[in-house]
Design a protein around this ligand. Sequence first.
Ligand code: ADP
Ligand code: MG
Length: 343
Amino acid sequence: MSIERTEIADLGEFGLIERLASKFSLQHKSSRLGIGDDAAIVSPPASHELLVSTDMLMEGVHFDLSYVPLRHLGYKAMAVNISDIAAMNAHVSQVVVSLAMSNRFSVEAIEELYEGMKLACDTYGIDLVGGDTSNSRQGLVISVTAIGFATPEKIVRRSGAQPGDLLCVSGDLGAAYLGLQILEREKQVFMQTPDVQPDLTDFEYVVGRQLKPEPRIDMVERFEKLGIMPSAMIDISDGLASEVLHICKKSNCGAVVFEDHLPIHKDTYDTAEKLNMSVITAVLNGGEDYELLFTIPQKDYQKIELDPFIQIIGHIDKPDKGASVRMRSGQFIDMKAQGWNHF
Ligand code: ADP
Ligand code: MG
């Protein structure tokens, strides 16, 4: 923790931008001009499409600074955008970051936020090419816009799934939501008895999944290596049910997911039990797993069958079948999207 506190007003907006920008440099050939002019210049490689995605994170709605370190928040703000572009089967090459903050935040605090962003930029080879900085009456708002490139034949949309396709995920589900429940619980305890330190030892995995999501950009390379192209893909930000329904709607199809094929980490089961919550609800209607959900044509079954990074959880069906989960009991339950309701 830094003890120093420099007021943003002392540096001024331009001073702050300069200080933040000085830590970043450009890596991509496609980044022709970065921070410092009225606009950045980005030039897509020949015969590539440009993909753009943006996400806004609001304090009090999407994050709570009483338990989210600013460094993690910076990393996560990038991760969620990288995940959206990965879900199109593409890589992010540039980002712009807009910030609004109240005078509660010091220069050092904003620098911590940017350290997390820089770590994500370095990890994923991304250039920060611009942004905007503003004052807010209350709280912190972070908006990240990501730019990526891909040749048209590589891009995967939500709309290409066909009956018979295998429905797959890239990793385990439900942990991030339960991690959030643990953080919320510890916050309540802390507010009632401030001298009791939170004990998160049993919950490192689930809390880590909430605070440090890793976008599954490695899957984009994996598909290439396995010689497969998903027919449809989406990232799991709002819970599995919501994302399956998105694919069904866009692809005009139904889907069946098998309860006993759902990848769930042992710590996720244990946490659900300790909290007396349903682990299936956490998987279906929790959120923020940032795994990829995708469909693979049946002819490619042998290419993915033994891949440890791909879990087959069900299949695509005809549209009139709707979307359901076949429980271990044999009973089918309809998938409903709860998602995150901010309103
Ligand atoms: P203008 O007034 O023309 O919008 P700004 O003073 O807002 O210009 O921005 C100056 C430069 O700094 C621009 O290149 C802009 O993209 C960049 N910039 C501003 N705020 C941020 C930020 N929060 N993060 C990264 N770059 C920023
Ligand atoms: Mg501006």
